[in-house]
Design a protein around this ligand. Structure first.
Ligand SMILES: Cc1cc2nc3c(=O)[nH]c(=O)nc-3n(C[C@H](O)[C@H](O)[C@H](O)COP(=O)(O)OP(=O)(O)OC[C@H]3O[C@@H](n4cnc5c(N)ncnc54)[C@H](O)[C@@H]3O)c2cc1C
Length: 453
């Protein structure tokens, strides 16, 4: 008899699991893989939305890694515009609503199930938030709607609400569309995942490209007339606008799992073991909907990134087909670009290290992305955080011009392997003038930690 693996959610986590399962059990007569996605698109890059909105990428299709028909050609029964409305772990079935067929529902049985429902963007209960002209950017459909609005209406002014990396990337895109942008952030710095000193560099970069940055400012209401947003009312001032983009962060989409009494972890994501198995027998979960484990704090955490979703999906797909793969946890490595500046972080910042109970020291250096005399050498600031005494590198943050950000991967590797600053200092990294100064900026930061000064 054919086994059936059902996958809920047709993007990074879900479809990586489905593809991996198909790779391991290629015969659809042996294992049927049935995936449900409530939207129209599958396997799309939400990460590319800012560049599509900014017209650096011209076609939305270019952000789709695998279309529904490509999945079908690879032996996955892909159902788009189908929403799973309930999971019955005892009867081993899901209830599916066909969004195109006038609300027809049916039950589909499973032997194994992967929950990959992603995350939902925060939408605070603020007057006017549902008005025309207020856009989210969570799904490709959201990105398309925003781009169509910009192309059709040529807005002059926009307000981005939220200063996380998504808000910042969208601010950049809107600047590139020659729109006057104001960015409102409740906290005192943009990118709260950075330490204050590094966040200040990001603030300078934003202001440098003309973004009107309102920090420590809360949104109170959206002024609406004729159903359309006209202004954002903040506790500092009112910002007239033609367009609002929300980038307020996300929370895991766990409604289905919770209703099925699948255990939810302390951070609000679906709890899994290292094999991505949930508390329910034969049910795995992957991606933004899950809680994961931080290798430095050794505590549960939840960090919504495509990098994690893909790796977790792979593990879920292997284990749902009888394998024994493990997801090793995360250290929160992320990069972003805000106009000419690149921003990166990994592990713990100084503030986070203190909050996690580490006695930490930090060293910050300023250097250049290439040899100082080489054309287009740009500034780069590297901050490394280490445990006092042992010298173990706990994290790092980088802000700088082109060529700066991916240096974070050296730091990430060091944090991952629990290397000390002295060991980092001894790394045999490459050097030639077009790529770095003789002392790579990461080595210079490690040297400052070790030698002081
Ligand atoms: C604008 C933007 C930029 C980003 N940039 C980066 C980046 O540069 N680097 C990075 O690592 N990450 C980035 N991310 C995050 C990354 O996109 C997510 O971490 C990743 O998409 C998570 O994959 P997922 O499969 O867990 O969830 P999602 O991509 O959210 O997919 C979940 C899918 O499940 C579907 N679904 C949910 N419930 C149901 C249901 N009941 N029935 C059927 N279908 C359902 C949803 O429609 C959705 O398509 C960015 C995200 C955004 C929004």
């Amino acid at each position: 008899m054919t086994d059936r693996l059902v996958v809920v959610g047709g993007d990074a986590g879900g479809m990586t699991a489905a593809a991996q399962a198909r790779r391991r059990r290629p015969d659809p007569g042996d294992l049927a893989i049935v995936a449900f996605e409530r939207g129209e698109h599958t396997s799309y890059s939400a990460c590319g939305i800012p560049y599509y909105v900014g017209d650096l990428v011209h076609h939305a299709d270019d952000l789709v890694a695998r279309t529904p028909s490509e999945h079908r050609r690879r032996g996955i029964e892909m159902h788009t515009r189908h929403e799973v409305t309930a999971i019955d772990v005892d009867r081993r079935s899901v209830r599916v609503l066909d969004l195109e067929a006038g609300g027809a529902e049916r039950d589909v049985g499973f032997d194994g199930l992967v929950i990959a429902t992603g995350a939902v963007p925060l939408r605070p209960d603020i007057d006017g938030i549902d008005a025309t002209g207020v856009h989210g950017v969570q799904t490709l459909a959201d990105g398309i709607a925003l781009r169509e609005m910009i192309d059709a209406e040529r807005p002059r002014r926009a307000v981005v609400v939220g200063g996380g990396y998504i808000g910042l990337e969208l601010a950049e895109s809107l600047v590139q569309r020659e729109i006057e942008v104001a960015l409102v952030e409740k906290l005192a710095q943009p990118m709260s995942t950075l330490d204050e000193d590094m966040g200040a560099l990001v603030a300078d970069a934003l202001q440098g490209v003309g973004v009107d940055l309102l920090l420590g400012v809360g949104v109170e209401a959206f002024d609406v007339s004729d159903g359309r947003v006209r202004a954002v009312v903040t506790d500092a001032r009112t910002l007239p606008t033609d367009l609002v983009v929300l980038g307020l962060g996300v929370v895991p989409e766990v409604g289905l799992a919770r209703a099925a009494r699948v255990r939810i972890g302390e951070t609000g994501g679906v709890a899994t073991d290292a094999g991505m198995a949930t508390s329910a027998e034969g049910v795995w979960a992957a991606g933004d909907c899950v809680e994961t484990w931080h290798r430095v704090t050794r505590k549960p955490t939840r960090i919504a990134l495509g990098t994690h979703a893909n790796k977790q999906g792979r593990v879920a797909g292997i284990n749902a087909t009888g394998g024994a793969a493990r997801f090793p946890g995360v250290i929160g490595t992320a990069v972003s670009k805000i106009c000419a500046y690149e921003v990166a972080r990994t592990g713990l910042g100084a503030r986070e290290a203190a909050a996690a109970g580490f006695d930490a020291v930090a060293a910050t250096i300023e250097s250049t992305t290439r040899a100082g005399y080489y054309p287009d050498a740009g500034p780069i600031t590297v901050k490394l955080v280490a445990e006092r005494g042992s010298g173990r590198v706990l994290g790092g943050q980088i802000v700088g011009r082109e060529g700066a950000a991916k240096r974070i991967d050296i730091v990430a590797t060091a944090v991952w392997n629990e290397m000390t600053a002295e060991e980092v200092l001894g790394l045999d990294l490459s050097y030639a003038p077009p790529f770095s100064p003789l002392w790579d900026p990461v080595l210079s930061a490690a040297r400052k930690l070790v030698d002081g000064g």
